[in-house]
Write a protein that binds this ligand. Structure first.
Ligand code: HEM
Length: 127
């Protein structure tokens, strides 16, 4: 199957669904989603579709504050470099398995930038 770029909402949904399939069975970070946050997966997915559609396609309506959500999570369980490294690896792997092109690159660049900033802020809060 030849890969194409991320170009519509269906692509974003496939990307996010495939990413969470990996996250939720990952030895390093799954527990943060399932046991610490006790995240409601069906409720969370549309938020993530919206977030990434806003970033990549300018077609979403995401208005939340992701940093605040992760600060709250960080108070329950310190979010560390190893967690972010794993999150980003799974995101990069998923993007590369499914897509290729400038939006695919942007998905990885934006995640890295946000992830680095998030880790920096979490580390500051943990001092
Ligand atoms: C250590 C790495 C990470 C972990 C363990 C993690 C975990 C979580 C969890 C458990 C939630 C649900 C929180 C809730 O609804 O109460 C969440 C929400 C979210 N995460 Fe992360 N996350 C990580 C990194 C990232 C990164 C790097 C990004 C962006 C590139 C991101 C974007 C989001 C967004 C947009 C939401 C939804 C916020 C909202 O409800 O408005 N996360 N994350």
């Amino acid at each position: 199957m030849s890969k194409k770029d991320i170009s519509n909402k269906e692509d974003v949904e496939l990307l996010v669904d495939s990413f969470y399939a990996k996250v939720l069975k990952d030895d390093t970070i799954a527990y943060i989603f399932t046991d610490v946050a006790k995240m409601n997966v069906p409720e969370h997915m549309p938020i993530m579709y919206n977030f990434w559609a806003t970033i990549l396609l300018s077609k979403g309506t995401y208005v939340g504050n992701p940093m605040d959500k992760h600060f709250a999570l960080n108070e329950k369980e310190a979010l560390k470099k190893e967690h972010f490294d794993r999150w980003l690896k799974l995101w990069f792997d998923t993007v590369d398995e499914l897509f290729t092109g400038s939006k695919a690159e942007e998905a990885k660049t934006r995640a890295s930038t946000i992830g680095r900033l998030m880790l920096f802020k979490m580390e500051e809060a943990n001092h």
